[in-house]
Structure formats: C-alpha cells, structure tokens
Design a protein around this ligand. Structure first.
Ligand code: XMP
Length: 510
C-alpha cells in the first residue's frame, strides 16, 4: 500500500500531520523518531515527514534520526524541529531565534516549488519555535521567508529534501493541507486515493485468515469503537464472534435495549448479556472516592467478562476497539494528555486469559471509524452518540451509589437527552449529562416546603475530550429541561448548569 511515514519528534501536532494526509486520501502511519532504518525501509514509504518537537537541536539529548535515512532517496519533508534537524545534519546553521515566535506569521513564497504549487505568493502560517535555521545547508535554496526569519522554508530538490519552519498541519495555516498533499502527491508521487473502507475490506480478509477455525470474544459496550470493531469481525467470522455485554447496572435508560435491538435482532450477533448489576452495586456500597469506584468497577467488569468468556468454546482471540490515537506514543515527551488519558482505560483486559488481541481499528481515527460504520449500516444512534464513560453513572453520582440515586439520575438523564435531541442540539455538543450531587436544598412544592437533591447539568463542546468549553445551549432549552426534570423526577428540587471549561475543570465531575 502506498504510504507516507511520519517520524514523531514529540510535537503536540504530530497527529495533525496524519489527519491532514488522511483527509487528502493518503495513507500514513506514525513511527517514533528512533525507528530503525530497517523498519522504515520495510514499510516501503513513498515519503517521510519529520515532525516538529520541543527539543533544541544542540542539546545533549536532542532526538536524532537513524543514520542512512537521507541516503535512502525517499523524499523527506521536515517540519519545524524536522527542518532544524535537516539543516543540522546537512551542514546548515541553527541558532536561537531573536525572539520566540508563537502564533500567526505571514510567509512570503520566494521560489517556485512543487511543495507550494497552487498557493498564492503569501500565506498566513502557524509558527511555534524558539530556534531557527540561520544559514541553509549547501545545496539548499530558500523558498519562503517571513518578516522575522529569512529562512522559513528551504529545499534541495536534487536530493528530494524539503523543509518548512512553520506548521502546515495546524488548522490556522492557510493552504496547510494543500502543502502536505503537494508533498505526498507531487513530490512523493502517491497516486492512489486511500479509502478507509477498502482498508476494512482488506482487514476482514486478514482477520478471517488469522482467526481460522477458532472463535473470538468481544466486550461489546455499544459505544462507537467496540460496535464498529465487532461488526467488522462479525463480517469475518460470523457467529463465531461471541460478544459479551456486561450490564453493570450503571447504565442509562435504553442502553441495554439498544444493544439487544441493534446487535442481536438486526445484525444477528451471537451476544450474551451478563446481568451483573447486583454484584456491582454491592461492591460499590458506601464507596465515595472516585478512583476507588473506578478500580472496583474495572476489576468487577473483568471478573464478569472473564467468567463469561471462559464458557466460550475454542476462544482464541479477543476483539478490541482500540483506535490509532490510543496507540500512537509520543516518545520524546509524554505530554499532559498522555497522563490524563491513562486513567480512562477501564482496567484493560488481562493477558492471562491467553487470548490473542484483534484490533481492526488500530490504524484508524475516530471520524474514519464513523464513516466505516455508516458503510457497514451501523445506525446513527450508535455512530453519533456522545462518549459515555466505562464506569457509567457511578461517576455521575457524587458520593455513594445506591439504587435509589441511580434511579433518580437515570430519569433526569433521559429527559435531558430527549430535550437536547428534540431541540437539535445533540449533534452540536460533544457530551451532555446530568450529575447528582450529594447535597440537598430547600424548595417549595405547592404549599409545602421540600428538602431534596440538587442536580447539575453539564454540556460541553470539544474536539477530542482533552480540552473543552462549556456549551452555550439556549436558556430556553435549559429552562425546558429543568422544569421537566423538576416536575417529572421525584427527588430533585433544584437544577444548576455547569459553566466551567476544561481546564481547569474536567468534563466529568469525578
Ligand atoms: P474528563 O472528565 O477526564 O473526561 O475531562 C474526558 C473524557 O473521558 C471520559 N471519561 C472516561 N471514560 N472511563 C472512560 O471510559 C473513565 O473512567 C472516564 N473518565 C472520564 C469523559 O466522559 C470524557 O469524554
């Protein structure tokens, strides 16, 4: 398969390079900068992109690249740190910039180059660097400048090496995607239009061969990833895919029924529903600490799943809906995102089960998975649903989880979802949910004084859950949700709307 390889030097934007290529229908993968030359060559890439990174090229631990990469003849594009590395290796001069440049700059294109084909003579580009190339290496000509720096882009077309100081992968850079596409198509000669669905067709064939006559097990949660992964494997091995849906008792109204209707009835999945709500609730009794809740839920989930999985004959494989961003490791720097995410992997199913892992989505991004899902006739209610955390409503009940509190939260949550959907806001927001607080407040109901629970409503906008802004949903809609919950859900007499962004708050309350 024609592909571009991205070597990651730890930039927070590395994934964006991949996104731009995929948007341009060019297949690409990301490898750590330290990948061995044999591994790089083994993938037979049509081109290499060296990402940006936080390091200084002259520091002792500055990430370098495997010897011989530039001798392979494979076209190279260096971005930011990638450009400085090229300059350093090829005999140019890199030094500290007069002032650190962060933000938008105007880049003047001063030479005709296939990299900038189809671009105007000036573009606004995103800069984020403290160092700059002061002198271009021998054989390199300057192709772009800004008011601040005299070498904003350079190239050696004979050697097929191109470099830009700015970040074409960042959304704010005008024609950024075009620059990356030019590199792939005009310089590297990538011809085919990559399509994630073809990729899936190929992986169905591979999975069928790999699993052979054995069976596979999948923890189907009904979320986008596990659903699409399961449908793909189901296409490969049919009812030898055994799905297990663990009903933790911490789900929302309709979650279990949706699984039954869509996967059991429509897709004719072989699916076992393990009702473990009693077990989960008894173990959560009196537990208030959020991390303890997560641990108990993760552990109990695995226990229930394992018990069911053991009953399956000939099981040799475990299907997981891992996505590409989950496996891309930023090797040079572990950014805060890496740390934040780690606690979200609910347990991780244990290796001791002796099952081989099948991950049909591990090279795909979420939007590609959604598109594939649509081609596989998975309904919208699955594909465009908001994320729902593994520990479920347990982390949306602050304090200890009881049947009664779950019931109150479930009913409020259903009303909130109904109203948001009816008003056409469901698809505009990343996540909306209710949180039941451990405090009571005074109210009046008719002539009587009430003393009941406070409920918080949280709705946020986000692209990846890492940062988020609180959603400015109309007051009228908030009012409608609020008055319906108060009148229809016994046990709640006050509702508040959460107006904090992430950071400083997190999306969930626990
Ligand atoms: P936070 O609250 O960290 O959430 O801002 C970011 C995203 O992750 C989801 N989330 C979880 N998902 N297990 C999960 O599977 C968890 O323990 C968990 N905690 C938070 C959250 O819903 C949001 O989409």
């Amino acid at each position: 398969m024609e592909q571009i390889l991205i070597l990651d030097f730890g930039s927070q934007y590395t994934q964006l390079i991949a996104r731009r290529l995929r948007n341009s229908k060019v297949y690409c993968e990301i490898l750590p900068y330290s990948a061995a030359i044999e591994e790089i060559k083994g993938k037979q890439p049509k081109g290499l992109i060296l990402s940006g990174g936080p390091s200084n090229i002259y520091s002792v631990n500055a990430p370098r690249i495997s010897r011989g990469v530039f001798e392979t003849g494979i076209p190279v594009l260096g971005i930011c740190y990638g450009m400085q590395l090229i300059s350093h290796i090829k005999g140019g001069l890199v030094s500290k910039a007069r002032k650190r440049e962060y933000g938008l700059s105007e880049v003047k294109i001063v030479e005709k180059t296939p990299l900038f084909e189809g671009l105007p003579s000036k573009i606004t580009a995103w800069m984020s660097h403290g160092d700059e190339v002061k002198k271009n290496p021998p054989g390199f000509k300057v192709t772009g400048k800004t008011n601040e720096i005299s070498i904003a882009a350079m190239e050696n077309p004979q050697k097929n090496i191109y470099a830009v100081q700015f970040h074409p992968e960042v959304h704010h850079t005008q024609f950024g995607e075009k620059i990356i596409e030019n590199f792939a198509r005009k310089i590297c000669g990538v011809e085919k239009e990559w399509n994630p669905y073809d990729f899936v067709k190929e992986s169905i064939r591979k999975i069928r061969n790999e699993i052979g006559r054995l069976s596979a097990v999948c923890a189907l949660s009904g979320g986008v990833d596990s659903s699409v992964a399961a449908v793909i494997v189901n296409k490969a091995i049919g009812r030898r895919l055994n799905c297990i849906f663990v009903d933790t008792g911490l789900l929302r109204i309709g979650d279990r029924e949706r699984i039954e209707n869509i996967f059991r009835k429509r897709f004719r999945f072989n699916i076992k529903i393990a009702n473990a709500s009693g077990l989960f609730l008894s173990r959560l009794k009196g537990i208030e600490d959020p991390e303890k809740k997560r641990k108990i839920i993760g552990k109990t989930f695995i226990e229930v799943f394992e018990k069911e999985a053991k009953k399956i004959k000939n099981a040799g494989f475990l299907v997981q809906g891992t996505l590409y961003p989950d496996i891309i490791e930023s090797v040079s720097v572990k950014g805060p995102s890496a740390v934040i995410k780690s606690h979200h992997n609910v347990g991780g199913l244990p290796e001791k089960m002796g099952l081989k892992i099948v991950e049909p989505l591990k090279f795909l991004f979420k939007d590609e998975v959604r598109r594939i899902g649509a081609r596989l006739f998975i309904p919208r209610e699955i594909l465009s649903q908001h994320p729902f955390p593994g520990p479920g409503l347990a982390i949306r009940i602050i304090g200890s989880v009881t049947r009664r509190r779950l019931e109150i939260l479930r009913r409020a949550d259903k009303i909130m979802r109904q109203e948001i959907t009816k008003a056409g806001w469901y698809d505009k927001i990343w996540q909306a949910f209710c949180v039941l607080l451990p405090i009571k407040s005074v109210g009046v109901m008719g002539d009587e004084r009430s003393y009941e629970n406070v409920l918080a409503i949280r709705a946020v906008e986000s692209v990846d859950g890492m940062t988020a802004d609180w959603s400015k949903i109309p007051h009228k809609l908030l009012g409608k949700i609020s008055s319906r919950i108060i009148s229809e859900v016994k046990g709640i007499n006050r509702i508040v709307y959460d107006t904090t962004s992430k950071p400083p708050a997190t999306i969930e309350w626990e």
